[in-house]
Design a protein around this ligand. Sequence first.
Ligand code: ARG
Length: 577
Amino acid sequence: MLTIKKRIAEQIVSGVRTINADAELSVNDVAAMLEYPPDPNMGDLAFPCFKLSKTLRRAPAQIASAIAEHFSDPAVSRVEVVGGYFNLYLDGEYLTCHLLSEVSLKKDRYGSPANGDGRVVVFDYSSPNLAKPFHIGHLGTTVIGHSLRRLHEFAGYRCVGINYVGDWGTQFGKLIVAYKKWGDRETVENGGVDALVDLYVRINNAISGNEELGIPADPALADEARAEFCKMEQGDEENLALWRWLVKLSLKANDEIYAQLGISFDSYKGESNYTNEMPVQVQKLRDAGLLKLDDGASIVDLSEYNMPPCLILKRDGSSLYPTRDIAAAYDRKQLYDFDKAVYVTSAGQSLHFAQWFKVVELMGYDWADKLVHVPYGTVSINGAKLATRTGNVILLRDLFALATEKVAGIMEEKSPNLQDKDKIAEQIGVGAVVFYYLSNTRMKDINFVMEDALSFEGNTGPYVQYTYARACSILARAEQPVGGKLVITAPEETALAKILSMFEEKVTEALETYEPSVIARYILSVAAAFNRFYHNCSILGAENEQVRATRQMLTEATKTVLGNAFDLICLKKIEKI
Ligand code: ARG
């Protein structure tokens, strides 16, 4: 649609120039101003002329008439001047023809804005604290982060995915205490996530107490944990060996989740790697006169920017989260020379990012304006009894398992003879959770309702995956379509072609706003248009070969667009359900 929009925009610009030869108006501006009217009676595209009224000093209707007067384009079958709008009706056959040739030419690149030009973007996402359970709070950063990365890759950026794991901190002290008290190598080694979660839950219950379980609080254990961590920091080999082992087990457990989501990273360089690199940045801050002493701690005063101070060194000289982030960003700039560095975390960390981004700017680094923080809202869960085992954290793994189990039940009824049933149930179950999550704008706080996510009928992951499989199954039964002229005979065909033509614009919007939800919602509109087409137009049994060929090609284009869009938001393409 963008090429068509641009061409229309060119004509609008020439129309405007008949009123004012020197009007400052670019084709791109006009293309961006073209709207899709919500009501089809207002045309397929509309140009709001009142936006130009002031600069041209003409009434909007006059501008619209001037544009309409000389307008002619093969993609447009009719134009209209209504109020201050210049409305355009697209020619279904032209549009479909244009769409189908674009899709068959570009295939898995169809929809790409192709404007990344190989520029490097670094994505810091998922980045869980190790030795702690991987819970639903991590879903957001993991799938939003990965989708943003996929969107950038699709647009032609070179992307580096970094899992900046929290592999250093007092949580390891706790786990070491728990292990020394209650664990043994074999149980933990063989027990995987469960064994680690058990130790983690047990030590936390022991430190803070748990009335329900009748466990009294024992704060002395917290001191023990701190002491074990301190030993790690001082290089105690026994603890460091334990730490390396626990990190390895934790990473392995998380990898199972990443595999289910089809996600992998280019780097796992986590927090522990920056211990030695931080002093360099601290010295730079000191040399630049940015450090201030505040009750023994070193801070950067940010009151001028309406923010609380950024803490650089604690009283005891140990460094902090922001300091480590500054060192890591510097390191990434050296390693990858990024054009943009994107950080995806919950909105709870927005201040942290605003603070250290500012500090980087004050330090005079010329890449300070290339740092982007992408926040998201909270997730809570309704109706899923998953929390009991782990206190109040819900493991992502358990959520995926429950979704998979429910899907398997539904599929047992729907398609009992399907091959690879277990694998497909898992892909649909995981996809359902991911899709439910990503179809909401990222800042929204989400309450997860399992029944809603899993329904095969609502606006869900299973529904869109089912639609994709439907297109695949039609194509698998189809014969090679005949060549020759396309024929459009039903409004559902044009409606589908229009939606499929918008893909690239949606990708651009998702990229500009860092919103994978734009893609998820677009997928829903494609699925709705395709299903209307499917129910109203016989595809393989069409009245003649030409009509059948057109419909088959529209089905093929739907499959390509849905498939490309699924790839952007961590949904698996399942051909048979
Ligand atoms: N490990 C942190 C946490 O779990 C998130 C890290 C985000 N990335 C970063 N560069 N700070 O809260």
